[in-house]
Write a protein that binds this ligand. Structure first.
Ligand code: AFP
Length: 313
């Protein structure tokens, strides 16, 4: 399949999805998100870092880039013709695009996760979770697709539609072409990314991290969920945690548009994602601002975290 002389790893995103018989409307939705990312990456590279003056649901000051990225993504989704409902980290409630949900998709996204890192020139990303129909409050296991776009030295999209996890890289024509196919996690971590204040860790989490260090795992933490997860996935040997903390039993990360999409991708790569007690993808969302603790990465390490938390809390 494919043009003679054109290796599989030059195939662009739309052609890859088509050659893998993906649903045409889902392909259209994913390609619209890819298109939006071109404008987001340009706004990051050249955009105004000034403060927008408004604040989001969490009371966090919205940087102009947050607001701009949200607007870019939302506009393309709203005009795609295949979207029913939208939830964004930057807005306070569900945005209804179409009352007719049959045959359409609903999307939860964080348009610029880690935006506070842009003004110190660290990598940030867009995270997207996609469901069939109009209901965004389904367990993450019901996602039909999840992706993130990492705005780093290279701009890459990591995507799964339930048939493995693949990386596409933006080329000089700003087109995404396949660069890694069917990425797989190893069983054991050699790096770990410990979010949250260590002095607020429970005994179980503290014991888990000490055990990682005893086994020689190295700390790799940037403060950006997308680059930190991307490093763990591409190296295949890592675990990220933003655990339950004293005073913050649900940790910090949001379920709908941070944890569910990343858990879907990592499970598709043979890894695991847990609250420390149950799989992230089995959680029943209650509201758009749901948060949960998370241990995500190599299966063996996530299982060991669950054991230690069961024993020590
Ligand atoms: P922002 O999007 O508000 O910058 O938060 C980013 C984030 O949600 C996630 O990307 C990081 O993993 C996490 O916060 C880092 O949190 P800490 O700053 O508490 O380590």
């Amino acid at each position: 399949m494919g043009e003679p002389g054109k290796t599989k790893f030059q195939i662009n995103l739309r052609r890859y999805l088509r050659e893998n018989d993906e649903n045409r409307d889902l392909t259209r939705l994913i390609c619209e998100i890819a298109e939006a990312s071109k404008y987001i990456v340009n706004s990051i590279r050249t955009g105004d870092l000034g403060v927008a003056g408004t604040s989001n649901l969490y009371g966090e000051e919205q940087l102009a880039l947050d607001v701009l990225s949200d607007r870019i993504l939302r506009k393309r989704l709203a005009h795609s013709g295949v979207v029913a409902n939208i939830v964004s980290e930057e807005t306070n409630d569900i945005i209804t695009v179409s009352e007719e949900c049959e045959g359409k998709y609903s999307v939860a996204y964080d348009p610029l996760d880690g935006s506070s890192l842009v003004d110190v020139n660290l990598a940030v990303g867009t995270i997207v979770s996609i469901y069939e129909g109009g209901n965004l409050f389904l367990p993450g296991r019901k996602q039909v697709a999840a992706l993130y776009i990492l705005y780093g030295p290279r701009t890459t999209m990591v995507l799964s539609t339930g048939n493995g996890v693949h990386e596409f890289s933006m080329n000089q024509l700003m087109e995404y072409t396949l660069t890694r196919e069917n990425m797989r996690m190893d069983e054991k971590a050699s790096i770990y990314a410990p979010g949250g204040q260590r002095n607020l860790y429970s005994k179980g989490t503290e014991s888990f991290v000490s055990d990682l260090e005893r086994h020689g795992a190295k700390l790799r933490y940037s403060g950006g969920f997308v680059p930190d997860i991307n490093q763990i996935l591409l190296k295949g040997k890592g675990v990220f945690l933003y655990p339950h903390l004293k005073g913050h039993p649900n940790g910090k990360l949001r379920l709908l548009y941070e944890l569910n999409p990343m858990a879907f991708l990592i499970e598709q790569a043979g890894g695991a994602a847990s609250t420390g007690r149950i799989p992230i993808l089995d959680l029943q969302p209650e509201g758009i601002d749901d948060r949960a603790p998370v241990f995500i990465g190599c299966k063996e390490d996530v299982a060991r975290a669950e054991t230690m938390i069961a024993e020590l809390g």
